[in-house]
Design a protein around this ligand. Structure first.
Ligand code: 4AD
Ligand code: MG
Length: 488
């Protein structure tokens, strides 16, 4: 009894991850692996994956040695434990394989109902199977890389003396002034108490005031920067904008560094160094996952016309971005370039190009993909198209705002030097009808120990989108929230 218990215990303890087995010298040592069956080929080769790596382990089973009933249940998607000897592989494609001696089925996966079969599924189909799609090679790679980028973000800032600040998720203010917020209330829709004028009386609500999910942690990060010097936030943000595009989510993650004594140039330098670091980190540490994503794109583009294909492969693109300096231009220069461009002259742009109007994604993509063929930072936008907190430039017309634009994606970063002068800030808020009472604490940061400071927000999913080469932002977050969609 006791001996049996010990044996069981030993086997449990000895689970080895496939990632480490694949780089272990095969000496016929006994090992145990656990994972999900990708495929069971010729009733002899189980292709097993446990998520530790994109690569699979081949488990060889001799039909005679196992219960037929058991083997019949081993199908794509079922979960097993296999114990056996690790040997050099006879076949090509892998260095080692496992000669199975003991097999245990954790959970079957009925092939008539399990939707993920060993063939190419469309990404649209897999979005409806989001609870299983992480088991595919493509999504396994995407989510390992998503993790890697998150880790690299913390490492980057920690190594440089920044402090991770947790901004609140429920707030009373609209940091971006865009009004695209989800309300947070405990009132039932039809039973909210009303004021005499018929409006909802939020004084009786849970927080005693109207609240919403945050669109950005910036305002709180500014308070942090004006005490701790260098901070960054990294949390979920929410926007109720009805943008059904491949670049927008209703719930996405944002990284917002905020630095005291920084001006707009320091801010641009930080942004460029930061995103290059993230790309380098993934290039250095996740070559196998990147290679599979790269091949996937080449496969997809095989039958496309040359002009529809991406100009470079994925890894090539990433190397190109880290090896070249980003182009830096002012908004005014951007407008001039666009108005002199072929598509503008031929009337190919859908939206007008005029000083004072915001750049649309077709304009951003022209600058990045056609004009400069590399990331572009645009600075000094007209004040009227930007948020109230951005610092007014000497011309009185533009603010020290910056957007970082990437090929294939457009804006990945938006940031600015902040208006640290109380008078200017008050004037801007009045112009934009932002009530002072709501932001009394933000204004006090300008009354007591105000200093020049700057920061930006990196859209986490847009960065993951760029590094993985995926085409739709819904495919780089585990369970996407978009208009009319909050399944899972
Ligand atoms: O440009 P945004 O709106 O800037 C801010 O929120 C500032 N408070 C940041 C700051 O200065 N601290 O958003 C920043 C980035 C965008 O550049 C984009 O990458 C991403 O957040 N983003 C979205 N990503 C996915 N879905 C959406 N709906 C997004 N909206 C913005
Ligand atoms: Mg922006």
């Amino acid at each position: 009894m006791r001996a049996e218990f010990l044996v069981q215990f030993f086997i449990k303890m000895k689970r080895t991850e496939i990632k480490s087995l694949l780089s272990t010298a095969p000496e016929e040592q006994t090992v145990t692996v656990m994972g999900w069956v990708r495929n069971f080929r010729s009733n002899r080769f189980i292709i097993l994956n446990d998520g530790s790596t994109i690569n699979d382990l081949q488990v060889v089973v001799d039909f005679e040695n196992f219960d037929e009933n058991l083997l019949h249940q081993i199908k794509t998607g079922s979960s097993i434990k296999a114990t056996g000897k690790l040997v050099a592989s006879q076949g090509s494609g892998q260095a080692v394989e496992l000669i199975c001696e003991e097999l245990h089925l954790f959970g079957a996966a009925d092939a008539s109902e399990y939707k993920l079969q060993p063939k190419q599924h469309s990404l649209e189909f897999l979005r409806e199977q989001a609870h299983f799609r992480m088991r595919t090679k493509t999504f396994g790679a995407v989510f390992r890389i998503r993790h890697a980028i998150a880790y690299a973000i913390h490492k980057y800032y920690n190594d440089r003396g920044y402090y991770y600040l947790h901004a609140p998720i429920i707030t009373g203010s609209d940091a971006e002034g865009a009004g695209e917020m989800f309300h947070v209330t405990t009132f039932e829709p039809n039973e909210a108490p009303l004021n005499e004028d018929g409006s909802i009386n939020y004084k009786e609500d849970f927080f005693g005031k109207a609240t919403n999910l945050t669109v950005s942690g910036q305002l709180q990060a500014e308070a942090g920067a004006l005490a701790l010097g260098k901070v960054y936030t990294f949390g979920p943000t929410f926007r109720a904008e009805n943008s059904n595009t491949t670049r927008h989510l209703a719930e996405f993650w944002m990284i917002e560094p905020e630095v005291a004594f920084f001006d707009i140039t320091d801010n641009m330098d930080l942004a460029e160094d930061f995103v290059k670091y993230l790309i380098n980190y993934v290039l250095d540490n996740y070559p196998d996952d990147l290679a599979v994503l790269d091949q996937r794109i080449q496969q997809l583009e095989k039958n496309m016309k040359t002009e529809d294909r991406r100009p470079m492969g994925l890894i090539e693109t990433l190397r190109f971005v880290v090896d070249n300096e980003f182009e830096r231009i002012t908004y005014t220069e951007a407008i001039n370039i666009l108005r002199n461009s072929k598509p503008y002259k031929k009337g190919k742009f859908q939206y007008d190009v005029e000083w004072g109007k915001d750049l649309q994604s077709e304009h951003e993509r022209y600058l990045v993909e056609k004009k400069f063929s590399k990331p572009v930072i645009v600075v000094d936008y007209p004040k009227d198209i930007k948020a109230f907190y951005m610092r007014l430039n000497e011309d009185g017309k533009t603010v020290a705002a910056m957007d970082v634009l990437f090929p294939g994606i457009g804006e990945v970063i938006g940031g600015s030097q902040r208006e640290e002068r109380l008078e200017n800030l008050l004037a801007r808020m009045e112009e934009m009808d932002i009530p002072e009472e709501e932001l009394w604490w933000y204004l006090e940061l300008r009354k007591f120990g105000s200093v020049p400071h700057a920061g930006f927000g990196l859209g986490f999913e847009r960065m993951v989108l760029f590094i993985t080469g995926m085409g739709n932002i819904r495919d780089v977050i585990p369970f996407p929230r978009t208009p009319k969609s909050a399944e899972f």
